[in-house]
Design a protein around this ligand. Sequence first.
Ligand code: CA
Length: 617
Amino acid sequence: MGLLQVSFLSAIICFAVSAQGQSYVPGEVIVKMKSQSSKSSTHKFIGKLSLNNKMALKRSWKRFKMHQFKIGKDQNVDQVVNDLLLDPDVEYAEPNYIFKKQSVGIEGEPMSFSEVEEELSSMNSGFAAGFNQTGADINADEAWNIISNLSNKPVVAVIDSGVDYSHYVFADSGAIWTNTDEIPGNGIDDDGNGYVDDVRGWNFVNNSNDPMDDDNHGTHVAGIVLGMTQNILKATLDPAVIEIMPLKFLDSQGVGTTSDALEALNYAINNGANVLNNSWGGGSYSQALHDVVSQAYSNGITFIAAAGNSANNNDTQPTYPAGYSVPNVISIAATSSSDNLASFSNFGASSVHVGSPGISILSTLPNDSFGYSSGTSMAAPFASGLAALLIREKGSINGYQVKGVLYDYSQGVSGLSGKVASQSRIDAFQALDFVQKNDIDTYQPDYTGSTRGLASAGGGGAAAAGGCGLVRSLTSGGQGGPKGPTGKTLFFLGLLFAPVLLMNILRIRKKKEIESRRQFPRYKMDSEVRISVGEKQLVGQMSSISLGGARIDTDALLEKGGIVTLNIASPEGDQQIQVEGRVVWSEEKKAYGVQFCDARDEAVAAIGGWTQKLSKT
Ligand code: CA
């Protein structure tokens, strides 16, 4: 595709957003076939759609049974989606939604390195990793001092507008990922991954092997990822301890499509990325995007996402991919140098997980320059760089465990109270120090995936997308007692018993892994449970519990697949935990099985403690 065509595509996309008020590509749909479909029926299905519906296949993701189609000129996306949803071969169909970068623009003129040096000298020493450490100090340089002497370099995929890989910061440090299985420039797909001469990532906007940044967003983001792991604001760069895989799917306006995002994520998953940095988002719930994020989860990959810049509460008005309830998704809010939530930053006491600096961040810009930018786009890559440092120490640490470490080994700040689940801002030293000194297990909960949010055109799916969050609080002291501590405070209290608590958690999980691969042992329990479904409050009786879920007896009607919040009293009634779960089976108005979505360590430890006095079912 030439330059003209690229600009033309941007024009079409912008038109779709502004003129129609709908955020999807006109004339395109994404369809997922039901999983029992065989190869021959896939061919038949595609043939049927092209014959009957004048739809032309544009791209397929065979692993996911997903296909992207162009629809007929006289057809309407909403109508085609609705028709496809009635097709017995179709699991879901949705528009090709549009997503955007999550920065609020570059501030001031790009600077040369000598101008940066002047800038640094006029401020008190503390400028490292591209942000002012005299205020909110994420302890990056303290973390650099303890980085182990290891040779492995975790790969962070920067899924963005591309990266100026020729910038001396990346070139001199050797930070750009190299596909060593590909011989450059021979016109052959040497490694058979479907991409010819993909030596340093891919450009999914114009389908080329050159992921050069034609915006500036991706280069700025990539500089922050690298800047979290070493000082990038100095004349002579140290060799990088991580690698950056540039995957361009946002165009020169910072706008991209679901189909290109699917392709970029799929590439990252298949080509060895350990962390996916997603400084982009939008309000439309794409089931297809969710399913690819779930695949990343299955592969143990960490998925970092910008929470968004609309000053919204994501708990009630989610943005995606940050809002997916997949347990490896870490949604990042932006904080100020005084550790308050940035005025533009989205928040969410359960759906946004941790804060990170996001105002006036100094990082790389194309053409060997530097500049300031703000946004949750800038906050997310700090977390991605940190995640890569953790993975470098313990290669087996998965996305779910990285989330737990970022959640617990971060700096509790009052400015994030009630704003993000951990009520904390990242702290590189605390997190790295913990991972270095402790064995991290490989446990991650089963995640069967959301079947809700079968999105239709016009954003119908967004309303159905609250999703599972983290356990919000853990209270003790029973009813009428003093207000219990939050999960975070309890965690700090728990530090006194940390070795015991941690050992207990690890032991429980190890025991669980030995006893059976996927199932947790279940225990008989007779305890009252209060169930919240949206605004509704119900009461039931818990008849069994495990570390992964519970059976609830109630004559109330709960929707299968629905998300519920359970307030569970301990067997003695002296302790209460809150956990979110999904109704996975039901005997209507009688009994329901609830699978916990993402139980926090505190809750896991509490349930583990209870079960020691209970008998197995
Ligand atoms: Ca290749």
